[in-house]
Design a protein around this ligand. Structure first.
Ligand code: HEC
Length: 261
């Protein structure tokens, strides 16, 4: 029996997780060895944010996002686009940061049509680079990015080697929501959701958002980032964007204010 597989031979915590094949087995083995009966969670080490940063090349970042899109989709392609050059230029903690844990934002979170995955992906990295919120650090960049996304005619980026010959008709999403952004574009461009044109449009949007994030982060790192917008935490007594008529036809309902300060 190899030493690694014998608990009494001083099994490390790492080996427990890797070779004992389960937490129940692992904790039992620790108890036998006279150690604590629960895994020492408090000893888990975090890499506190903000993380070190080196300026990114927005064109390089956009190209990585566009290439990554077919396999990783919107959220993952933006995370990978921003993290990959930082792995090379900074190393850790980016080197071991798992970009593949951030695929789930596609389709506005596994197809629910809520927040666009490109914004979610960019927000993950902005908070690593600029530090945590609430309403400060990376969230200042996130707020600008949501404005950029909703108010720009997207995509802004044109790939040097496009996968689809005809450029997708750009459209202003008017909202950070996947459903509204994609639906507005589909109506304008007259392409279905599963068309190559729609996929190419979203890949180019991912590249555009990744490049814009790189510009914001570069400005941040030089102390030149100047937010143009205030946080819009609560509007009309409810968390919202100022586009009530997009969904509520005619008059938007008044919010119930009972219990509000
Ligand atoms: C993306 C679509 C969407 C947008 C944009 C939107 N709403 Fe709503 N809102 C809904 C849905 C869906 C409900 C659920 C109830 C319903 O269907 O009316 C709701 C519910 C509400 C409610 C609570 C229910 C009620 O009737 O009292 C209020 C208040 C409200 N919205 C106000 C607003 C205001 C003000 C705005 C603009 C700042 C706004 N909404 C923008 C979709 C939207």
């Amino acid at each position: 029996m190899a030493d690694e597989a014998r608990p009494e031979a001083g099994m490390t915590r790492r080996c427990l997780l890797r070779c004992a094949g389960g937490v129940a087995v692992g904790t039992a083995a620790l108890a036998v060895a006279g150690g604590p009966s629960v895994l020492p969670v408090a000893q888990a080490k975090e890499s506190p944010t903000p993380w070190p940063y080196k300026k990114l090349d927005p064109a390089e970042v956009a190209a990585i996002a566009y290439e990554r899109y077919p396999s990783g989709l919107c959220m993952n392609s933006v995370v990978a686009a921003l993290i990959t050059p930082l792995r090379a230029s900074v190393g850790e903690p980016y080197a071991s940061f798992p970009a593949d844990a951030f695929v789930w934002g596609h389709g506005g979170v596994v197809g629910w049509g809520t927040m666009c995955g490109t914004i979610l992906g960019a927000s993950v990295v902005a908070n690593l680079v600029c530090g945590p919120g609430p309403l400060k650090g990376g969230e200042l960049v996130v707020n600008e990015l949501v404005h950029f996304y909703a108010e720009s005619v997207l995509p802004t980026w044109v790939p040097p080697k496009p996968r689809v010959a005809a450029p997708p008709l750009p459209a202003k999403p008017g909202s950070p929501l996947c459903h509204i952004s994609v639906g507005t574009w589909m109506k304008k461009a007259n392409h279905g959701f599963f068309s190559p044109e729609r996929k190419d449009r979203c890949a180019r949007v991912a590249a555009s958002v990744a490049a814009q994030t790189a510009r914001y982060l570069n400005d941040w790192s030089e102390g030149k980032f100047k937010p143009q917008h205030k946080f819009q935490t609560v509007l009309y007594d409810v968390t919202s964007q100022d586009n009530c008529a997009a969904c509520h036809r005619g008059e938007a309902p008044e919010a119930v204010t009972t219990g509000n300060p």
